[in-house]
Write a protein that binds this ligand. Sequence first.
Ligand SMILES: Nc1ncnc2c1ncn2[C@@H]1O[C@H](COP(=O)(O)OP(=O)(O)OP(=O)(O)O)[C@@H](O)[C@H]1O
Ligand SMILES: [Mg+2]
Length: 313
Amino acid sequence: MRRPDFERARILVVGDVMLDRYWFGDVDRISPEAPVPVVRVGRIEERPGGAANVARNTAALGARTWLLSVVGDDEAGRSLQRLTEGGRIGARLYRDATISTTVKLRVLSRQQQLIRIDFEDAPSREVLADKLEEFITLLPDVDVVVLSDYGKGGLAHIASMIEHARAAGKAVLVDPKGDDYSKYRGATVVTPNRAELREVVGRWRDEADLAARAQRLRQELELDALLLTRSEEGMSLFTAEGVTNEPAQAREVYDVSGAGDTVIATLSAVLAVGGAMVDAMRIANVAAGIVVGKLGTAVVTPEELDAALAGKI
Ligand SMILES: Nc1ncnc2c1ncn2[C@@H]1O[C@H](COP(=O)(O)OP(=O)(O)OP(=O)(O)O)[C@@H](O)[C@H]1O
Ligand SMILES: [Mg+2]
């Protein structure tokens, strides 16, 4: 299989952005204030997460990307703006002074996580209404829309966004969260992982039972496709034509976090240039196999994809 040229793909990514922040340091003593270690922070790392990581992935593939989301009017929000904008990404991060930017802060010492501290608030209705307006304005300029739902409240208008996008003839890809998928009705494809699908259709006994449950959900929600990502088991695509399974591609696995973002980003890039859903899944599966073999930068380049695809066939 050949990789399509993603340079002409135009993708709108909407959803919850977050800042993954890491504080590394040494521990030499226990605090005199409480029985806890004292970390002297020596190094800080920051990475864009959630929808921002999806946007980084589509841009790394070569697609022109718009990122639409809400952050707080704070230092973390400015960090996210700085980390995402430029290159192929046009970042439209709305500032909401009433909330703090979603931050996941990990404190680590000697490769061990000591604590994770989360900051998150749901955006206000006024800002979300502005965002919906901007969404409608941006639609004519893109080929596909990715809605990256991390359950932080940034996609309050998701049903309306899907409706507008489909009425404009754009494919809509959704990375879901939660147990109510009715808000995703009419999307082109929804991409749950195993735990996420289990939360909505229950535990399946075997492959036939899984197919029956997945297809029922797909029909109920009027989706063209449901793509189940199955970690080390690869992925399964459910469409009106039936089920297609792809085995996992990874040779070595170092870091699986963010693999789901790479999947939906690659899927959207292939669909944006007119590729078929089954081909999009195969290429996304290869991309995910590359990204889980990397530490740190959770994106895949066209060159890496070419090399992997050439090795495959
Ligand atoms: N342990 C693994 N071995 C091989 N491939 C993997 C592994 N974990 C993930 N992958 C690849 O990545 C894809 C997506 O992984 P997964 O199903 O875990 O998504 P996810 O839970 O949404 O990921 P995340 O939320 O961490 O971004 C899989 O379909 C597979 O191609
Ligand atoms: Mg995921």
